[in-house]
Design a protein around this ligand. Structure first.
Ligand SMILES: [Zn+2]
Length: 501
């Protein structure tokens, strides 16, 4: 790989130009968005910076922005790395473009009405202030006081926030440092920093379909989109969603022209052995996480070139928003009886059986909704929620449309076991009923022959005390051996194995 050091070439402080936002200017502009478009803008403080306790602000742009709706969620975040300020500029300009064009532009209105679009312009406000105050325009990390002397020491302080995530913390390779003065210092422990903790809580709550984590080239070549992942030595080396992730990254990259007019961005997979946001987001929640390294030259560019970088990257953003709305599945899970949305695990059996990652494919408990990009094809979903009977659902996904599926789950009764088991004369068959119900009792021998078929009308809920005396429907004692007891009530079915001695 060809590496080039661009961050420290002194070409003047472009960051002083008013086109670049300071942290305070970002807050002021977001405040004016919220005031001007109160129905479309929801401003959320997701945490505070490690050293200066500055609010880390995320903004949702959506119709009914103050409600959480069953819509796919996407995140655009910037400034993990303090000096990589262009991501913040792309994000601020994109929020403005969506809001100003919402009334008259059908495409924008479709995006805003159908998606929850989140923007997090500055994850690292402490570091960003170091850069924009010209203390160190090449500063990368946060301001963590590593040596505990109470003052900021650029030579020894700071954690690289994009090496501080809790995935493959021990397995790191390459550009990860374990020494506090290191440019890539990962910190003392996964999520040791309040900024990454904020991101951790934010992702746990919102479970984005896609997250675009903007960086710009401070030490490597830019105009690339990195995606998840290649994991040398691991089985499998590529993630279970590799095809759909790769396709998304490549197609998005093709939308973004290179600044010098020669073709478009390229997409490359990143190394799974780096404890960064991209790997952690995918491994934990299956969030398709893309890292555009925007611009080709350096982290801060001449002011007149900033609008071009923004315009080019917005082509990628608009393509992505459209793609999310036309790909894969949207599942909404609720309780059959009450209609209440449920937090459920939604696994695609054809894909998710292969590896332990991602750990979770969860619906949002506020809406019961889960969205996932899938390639066209036929799939089997297994939908599970605590206290409910799991459900299997067959789904056909077409190219270019999102398939919507409603799944209603039935609450499972507490499972009570027959006793004594094995039994000689009589076995108790306790059953807990949520509602008064007819109870069907059927007992089969090992050959599948039905020996007992009885029904009981229970007029109250709670514990029902059924039993079996080891006799068939004709009153004859059945031979010793294994029997299968089936109890059906409330639309549910429980099967137990009992042994008669
Ligand atoms: Zn970066």
């Amino acid at each position: 790989m060809f590496w080039i050091i661009l961050a420290f070439i002194g070409l003047g402080h472009y960051i002083e130009d008013p086109i670049y936002h300071t942290y305070d200017e970002v807050l002021a502009e977001i405040g004016s968005f919220a005031a001007t478009y109160p129905d479309l803008v929801f401003v959320d403080t997701i945490g505070f910076s490690q050293t200066d306790s500055l609010p880390i602000i995320a903004v949702k742009i959506s119709d009914n922005a103050h409600l959480t709706e069953a819509e796919p969620k996407v995140l655009f975040n910037g400034v993990h790395h303090a000096e990589e300020v262009l991501g913040c500029e792309v994000i601020m300009a994109t929020m403005r473009r969506l809001l100003e064009n919402y009334p008259q532009n059908d495409t924008v209105r479709r995006f805003v009405d159908s998606l929850e679009i989140w923007f997090l312009p500055i994850l690292n406000p402490d570091g960003h202030n170091i850069v924009t105050a010209l203390i160190d325009t090449g500063w990368r990390k946060n301001k963590r006081d590593n040596n505990g002397n109470g003052v900021f020491d650029p030579d020894s302080d700071g954690v690289d926030l994009n090496r501080n995530y809790g995935f493959n913390w021990e397995d790191f390779v390459g550009n990860v440092d374990t020494v506090p003065w290191g440019y890539f210092y990962r910190g003392t422990a996964p999520f040791s920093e309040s900024e990454t903790q904020a991101m951790q809580r934010f992702c746990a709550r919102e479970r984005f379909v896609v997250s675009v984590n903007y960086h710009s080239p401070s030490y490597s070549l830019g105009e690339k989109i990195y995606y998840s992942w290649h994991w040398p030595g691991h089985t499998p080396p590529f993630p279970v969603d590799f095809q759909v992730i790769q396709e998304t990254a490549i197609l998005m990259a093709w939308q973004i022209p290179r600044d010098d007019g020669t073709g478009s961005y390229t997409a490359v997979y990143g190394d799974a052995r780096v404890p960064n946001a991209r790997n952690w987001m995918y491994a934990t929640y299956g969030i398709i996480s893309l890292t555009p390294e925007i611009c080709s030259r350096r982290v801060q560019i001449p002011p007149d070139e900033v609008p071009i970088v923004i315009e080019h990257n917005q082509k990628g953003i608009f393509w992505l928003l459209d793609h999310i709305l036309h790909t894969g599945i949207g599942v909404v899970v609720s309780d059959t009886q009450t209609g209440t949305p449920l937090e459920a695990e939604v696994r695609v059996l054809e894909i998710d059986t292969f590896d332990i990652y991602p750990l979770h494919r969860l619906t949002d408990p506020r809406t019961g909704a889960h969205f996932r990009m899938l390639r066209p094809g036929d799939y089997t979903l297994k939908v599970e929620a605590e206290g409910y009977e799991p459900k299997f659902v067959q789904v056909h996904v077409d190219d270019g449309v999102m398939t919507h599926i409603e799944v209603k789950l039935l609450r499972s009764s507490p499972i009570l076991k027959p006793f004594p088991n094995p039994f000689r004369d009589k076995v108790a068959l306790p059953l807990a009923l949520e509602h008064p119900s007819k109870v069907d009792l059927e007992i089969f021998d090992v050959t599948g022959r039905k020996v007992v078929s009885r029904s009981y009308q229970e007029n109250s809920s709670g514990l029902v005390q059924l039993s079996w005396d080891g006799r068939d429907d004709n009153g004859n004692r059945v031979p010793d051996g294994i029997y299968f007891v089936q109890l059906r009530a409330d639309g549910e079915r429980h099967v137990f194995k009992v042994l008669k001695l």
